[in-house]
Every structure is written in structure tokens, then in C-alpha cells.
Design a binder for this molecule. Structure first.
Ligand SMILES: CCCCCCCCCCCCC/C=C/[C@@H](O)[C@H](CO)NC(=O)CCCCCCCCCCCCCCC
Ligand SMILES: Nc1ncnc2c1ncn2[C@@H]1O[C@H](COP(=O)(O)OP(=O)(O)OP(=O)(O)O)[C@@H](O)[C@H]1O
Ligand SMILES: [Ca+2]
Length: 537
């Protein structure tokens, strides 16, 4: 073993057996790096940063004794290191490597040193509260958690309190009752709806404990530092996909274990000084609202209900009249037409970090009315997204250049157009072409917006045409056309809103997830070339 230089922690260097050969294994405290090198040709060289070590354990060797039973033996001496391995398409796996030592003392020294290094990883959770929706997606939540996630949490010495939900809002209500402060994070196993429920519970609880009235649309909300982890087991899993790059329970569990942290913008939605909901992904009126309305009746169909209702809604081709007023985001660095996307360590999101404090300072100061832009029109879809909304159906999402934590919303207005053009627009969500490059599509990066349907404007302005209010199902002037005098509904992260007239405002980085955003070409550009391990073993 090397001696300490200048009082620093010594590097630990040993010759340990790996497979059939002796490798030079090094633990560098300063760089937090475990590496192993084959001194003989073809000289494999592998590195694992401490931040990606999941656990270290003494290796138990199973040996058959004379009675024929298998017995656990701790000799000869070996230890196993479990670590993150990057696979294809942002997927992470738990890999392991076992090192054999000449004696027990050396083995213990290595285990001790690695455990101490793991203790230094301060952002890792030790205690988690887990909510499982057994009915989300393909109804596999419980199985996914028990078979794929719980064994990893136990390997990483994370203790858990698990609640299997018995009804909708169980998790949300529970978060107002339990001592949330004893947990390092909350995990939800389910889809976007389940995540939304947990987010509402957590943000709501923090505001309640801080004396903030959620019904006040101007209230400066208190940031929530307890992270939420999402184990995807839903139908769309858009929040997971857009923050991790893949919907894979093992990948998400590993991001939780290594203690990743991804701040997230949250929009608050109000109507007449009444709080309705928060939104992190899609707030959509028209097309996505109608899909949701129809698909809720078809929950029994499972995950394909969205495709079925999507097709039906596409054919119905309804448009809705209304007024959208919005406050453009003036000081944000990016634009929705940027080619560059929000990725791990995103510069634009990092620059926006000071926004929460700025917002607090400006509390009560209203923006000049002139800054607001007003658009009246006939819309097939009004989509307000806080993030790209990438999901397996559309890997680049509704707004590919939207940022997870820049304190802005991308507002997409799709005006009335032909079915054929709308189809061209939809198809562009699935290929490389620009979905905003149409005359009937507009996109704005904004801070706040309001929407009122024409239907409501007319009734508010005292139009007393009872027939107009009552029939509302088809257009009396043009029975064959697609305009719909009744309202659509708002799809808020997969849940419906009770009002069609809404006021929306974004809260920069209000909450945090156990994620790190999508890694840039994660496998191809892996700094630590772990794949060599497999080639050489
Ligand atoms: C021709 C193919 C075109 C495909 C176009 C695909 C665009 C897909 C964009 C998906 C955006 C998802 C945004 C995330 C929303 C979540 O907060 C929410 C809760 O989970 N999910 C949904 O509301 C669930 C939304 C589900 C949306 C499904 C849309 C399916 C559209 C099908 C249109 C078929 C036209 C075919 C004509 C021949
Ligand atoms: N035990 C339960 N019984 C019925 N509903 C539940 C239960 N637990 C949670 N829920 C509700 O189920 C709704 C949908 O769940 P979830 O989001 O997990 O699946 P999904 O809708 O299939 O997926 P996605 O939201 O990704 O499209 C959530 O809004 C949640 O409130
Ligand atoms: Ca954003």
C-alpha cells in the first residue's frame, strides 16, 4: 500500500485476482475513483467513479459440503463491487466485479475503504417513502417494485416504508399526514398521474407547513427540497422519459440510489382565486384534452386507450374558439426553435437557478399590462409544456427544445387547419422534421398565460342566446363543419381540470427529482470505459 503524501488519505493499490489473472486495483481518494488495470497485454483498464458505485460486499462463496447441502463460505477472501453500467439508449444497469484477495486482512481493508468512500456520497438517500399504484399502466407496479427495485434498494442499504395505494388520492392525502421530514425522498411507482398525485401531496404539504395559501395565485411558493423518484409503471411515463431518457425501472432505481438531483419547473393553475392543480408536463386544451376525456372511459383497455382515443379524436377534428393572453419570457436565454436540447448539466437551466429568489423579490410587483400578448382564434390544440414531453410515442416530444428548469413554459398554438395538415403536424412529432414549421402552428416561450373559451366569453358578456348555450354539440350554422360550440377540457399531466377558464404561472425549479436530465450520447461517449471489463473477463 502507498504511503500518505502530505497527510492526505493514502491511495490504496493492491494486486488482486480478477478472473484468472492478477490485476492492479487502485482506489484514489482525491479523485474518488476505483480503477483496475491488467498489467499484462492486452492491458484492460477500467474505471468506476465513487459516485457510481452502488455497494460493496464481502463475497460469500457457495460450497457443497459432504451432506450434499450448499453452505455459505466466506473464504477464500473476496469482495464484490456493484456499480452503474451504461447500456444502450440511456439505460443503466447494475454490474458487478469480484476481486479475490490473498488474505482476510487485505480483503477487509478494501471493504472498509470502499464503504468509507460510499459514506462520503452525501446526496444519497438512506430512507425513502414509496407509494405503489397497483393499477397504473399495465397493472405491473407491485411486481416491478418487488422484483426489480426493492432488491437494488436493499443492496444499497436504503430503508423503505412502502404504501400500496388503495384508491386514487391515497398517496396525496397520506403525504399530509406522515412525517415527511424523516425521509430523504419520496418514490412513486406508477405513471404520470401517480407522479402528479405525489407531487401535489408534497408541494401542498410544504406550502401548508410554511403557511402559504395555494389559492392565492400570486403567492411565492416555497421550494420543495425532498426529492421525488419515479419508477415508471404507467401508460405514458412522460415525466420519467423526459428527465431520464428512457422508461426503465432499473435505470430509475439507480438514479435514486446514486442520489441524482434534477430541479423541475412547476406551473400553478388557478381559476378565480381558486387553486386547481400543478402541472409539470403537458397542460393541453383541444386535441389532448379531448383524447383524455375519451380515454378515461376506456381505462379498461390499458395503455392502448390513448392510441384508440387519439385516432378517434383525430377523426373528429374539433376546433375551439377562445382567447389566449400570455406574458412572454423576456430574459430567458433560449428559444423554443433552438436546435440545442436540454441535457444533463444544461447551461440554460443552471443560469436560471437564481430565478426563484428573483421571483420572491418581485412578489407583488405586477408586470406592465403592455407586456401581455393577446391572441384570439380558432384552435385545434393549445399546449403549454414545462418540459419537452418526450415519451416513447414521441421521443423528441411536443417541444423538443423546452427546458426542465429554466423557469419558462413553451406555449404551442395549433390553429384550425385541414385534417391532412394536422396529421402532417402530428407525424413530425415522430421524425426529425420541425413540427413548428407550419403556418398554422405558433410557439412562444412564456412565464404566465390565461385562457378563456369563446363560449364563456359570450356567456360572461351577457349573450342571452339560450339555444347557443344549450345545444353546444354542433355548429348550427354549418352542421357539417368541425367547430364545436361546447368546450373542450384541459388535460393537466393526464388529469382533467374542473374549469376551462384558467390562469397559469410557472415557478422556476419549485421541486427536485432523483434524475440528472438526459445524458448526451451516454453510451458512446462514456468517460469511464466500463465495457472493457466484459471483454477481458
Ligand atoms: C400518425 C402518428 C402520429 C403520432 C403522434 C404522436 C404524438 C404524441 C405526443 C405525445 C405527447 C404526450 C404528452 C404527455 C402527456 C402526459 O402528461 C399525459 C399523462 O400521462 N399523457 C397523455 O395525456 C396521453 C397523451 C397520448 C397522446 C396519444 C396521441 C396519439 C395520436 C394518434 C393520432 C392518430 C392519427 C392517425 C391518423 C391516420
Ligand atoms: N389504488 C388505486 N386505485 C385506483 N386508482 C389509483 C390507485 N392508486 C392511484 N390511483 C390513481 O390512478 C391514476 C392513474 O395512475 P398512473 O398515472 O399510475 O397510471 P396511468 O394513468 O396508466 O399512466 P400515465 O399517467 O403515465 O398515462 C392516478 O391519477 C392515481 O391517482
Ligand atoms: Ca421549463
Amino acid at each position: 500500500m502507498e504511503q500518505p503524501a502530505g497527510g492526505r488519505r493514502p491511495r490504496l493499490v493492491s494486486s488482486l485476482a480478477l478472473g484468472q489473472r492478477a490485476w492492479e486495483v487502485t482506489l484514489e481518494w482525491e479523485r474518488g475513483l476505483l480503477s483496475w488495470r491488467d498489467p499484462q497485454p492486452p492491458r484492460g483498464n477500467c474505471f468506476v467513479p465513487a459516485s457510481e458505485i452502488i455497494a460493496v460486499e464481502e463475497t460469500e462463496i457457495e460450497k457443497q459440503c459432504s451432506s450434499g447441502k450448499w453452505q455459505k463460505m466466506a473464504k477464500p477472501h473476496a469482495f464484490t463491487v456493484y456499480y452503474v453500467k451504461r447500456a444502450q439508449k440511456h439505460r443503466w444497469q447494475c454490474n458487478e466485479v469480484t476481486f479475490w484477495c490473498v488474505d482476510e486482512q487485505l480483503c477487509n481493508q478494501w471493504i472498509q475503504a470502499l464503504k468509507e468512500l460510499l459514506e462520503l456520497q452525501k446526496s444519497r438517500p438512506k430512507q425513502l417513502l414509496v407509494y405503489i399504484n397497483p393499477y397504473g399502466g399495465k397493472q405491473q407496479g407491485k411486481r416491478i417494485y418487488e422484483q426489480k427495485v426493492a432488491p437494488l434498494f436493499s443492496l444499497a442499504s436504503i430503508s423503505t416504508d412502502v404504501v400500496i395505494t388503495e384508491h386514487a388520492n391515497h398517496a396525496k392525502d397520506n403525504l399530509f399526514e406522515v412525517n415527511i421530514y424523516k425521509y430523504d425522498g419520496i418514490v412513486c411507482v406508477g405513471g404520470d398521474g401517480m407522479f402528479s398525485e405525489v407531487m401535489h401531496g408534497l408541494i401542498g404539504r410544504i406550502q401548508k407547513d410554511s403557511g402559504i395559501d395555494q389559492n392565492n395565485p400570486k403567492a411565492p411558493l416555497v421550494q420543495c427540497n425532498i426529492r421525488i423518484g419515479i419508477i415508471p409503471a404507467g401508460s405514458t411515463d412522460c415525466v420519467c422519459y423526459a428527465t431520464v431518457g428512457v422508461t426503465d425501472p432499473v435505470t430509475s432505481a439507480l438514479h435514486i440510489i446514486v442520489g441524482d438531483s434534477q430541479p423541475l419547473d412547476v406551473s400553478s393553475i388557478h381559476h378565480n382565486n381558486t387553486f386547481l392543480k400543478y402541472s409539470v408536463s403537458l397542460l393541453g386544451y383541444g386535441f389532448y384534452g379531448d383524447i383524455l376525456k375519451d380515454s378515461e372511459k376506456k381505462r379498461w383497455m390499458g395503455t392502448i386507450r390513448y392510441d384508440f382515443s387519439g385516432f378517434k379524436t383525430f377523426l373528429s377534428h374539433h376546433y375551439y374558439e377562445g382567447t389566449v393572453s400570455f406574458l412572454p419570457a423576456k430574459h430567458t436565454l433560449g428559444s423554443p426553435r433552438d436546435k440545442k436540447r436540454c441535457r444533463t448539466g444544461c447551461y440554460i437551466c443552471r443560469q436560471s437557478k437564481q430565478q426563484p429568489e428573483e421571483q420572491q423579490k418581485n412578489y407583488g410587483l405586477e408586470h406592465n399590462g403592455d407586456d401581455w400578448k393577446v391572441i384570439k382564434g380558432k384552435f385545434l390544440a393549445i399546449n403549454a409544456v414545462n418540459m419537452s414531453c418526450a415519451c416513447p410515442r414521441s421521443p423528441k416530444g411536443l417541444s423538443p427544445a423546452a427546458h426542465l428548469a429554466d423557469g419558462s413554459i413553451d406555449l404551442i398554438l395549433v390553429r384550425k387547419c385541414s385534417r391532412f395538415n394536422f396529421l402532417r403536424y402530428l407525424v413530425r412529432h415522430t421524425n426529425q422534421d420541425d413540427q413548428f414549421d407550419f403556418t398554422f402552428v405558433e410557439v412562444y416561450r412564456i412565464k404566465k398565460f390565461q385562457f378563456t373559451s369563446k363560449h364563456l366569453e359570450d356567456s360572461d358578456s351577457g349573450v342571452k342566446d339560450v339555444g347557443k348555450k344549450r345545444f353546444g354539440q354542433f355548429c348550427r350554422d354549418h352542421p357539417a363543419c368541425c367547430c364545436n360550440l361546447s368546450n373542450s377540457i384541459w388535460n393537466c399531466d393526464g388529469e382533467t381540470l374542473d374549469s376551462s377558464a384558467i390562469e397559469v404561472r410557472v415557478h422556476c425549479q419549485l421541486m427536485k427529482l432523483f434524475a440528472r436530465g438526459i445524458e448526451e450520447n451516454s453510451n458512446d461517449e462514456a468517460i469511464y470505459n466500463q465495457s472493457t471489463v466484459e471483454q477481458l473477463l
